[in-house]
Write a new protein. Structure first.
Length: 131
């Protein structure tokens, strides 16, 4: 499709990428994003790995999005990315199974864990213009 072709053509030059779903297509796309420094995924699969991520990624962000557990793929990424400095997630992840493992993986690697990202379903009414 045209969107896929456009994205593939510019993938090597991307520094930041925000995707809604983590799919097999996401893994294929990320293989072409060698310059990526930041990756934000809203829905991270419980069973798919993130695949071979670009080694220059410094920030991974994910939204918990009603998952019962922190996706193992995120914890593996923390262990595998040499330049990772920041992992961010929303506050609901703190209640998920595996959050302690996520925090421990970040701590072992010296990665900052920020869990104050606004959840995907929250609307901040103060952002709207008042008349």
């Amino acid at each position: 499709d045209a969107h896929g072709e456009l994205l593939a053509a510019h993938a090597p030059e991307l520094h930041s990428l925000r995707l809604f779903r983590h799919t097999l297509g996401t893994r294929a796309l990320l293989q072409h994003c060698g310059g990526l420094r930041e990756l934000m995924l809203t829905q991270v699969s419980d069973y798919l790995s993130l695949g071979e991520l670009p080694k220059g990624i410094e920030h991974i962000s994910f939204r918990h999005f009603a998952l019962a557990a922190v996706p193992p793929a995120v914890i593996r990424a923390i262990e595998e990315l040499p330049k990772l400095r920041l992992v961010s997630c929303d506050a609901t992840a703190r209640r998920a199974d595996g959050f302690a493992a996520l925090a421990e993986a970040c701590s072992r690697k010296g990665v900052v864990l920020s869990h104050d990202v606004v959840p995907i379903r929250v609307v901040n009414r103060s952002l709207h213009a008042r008349h």
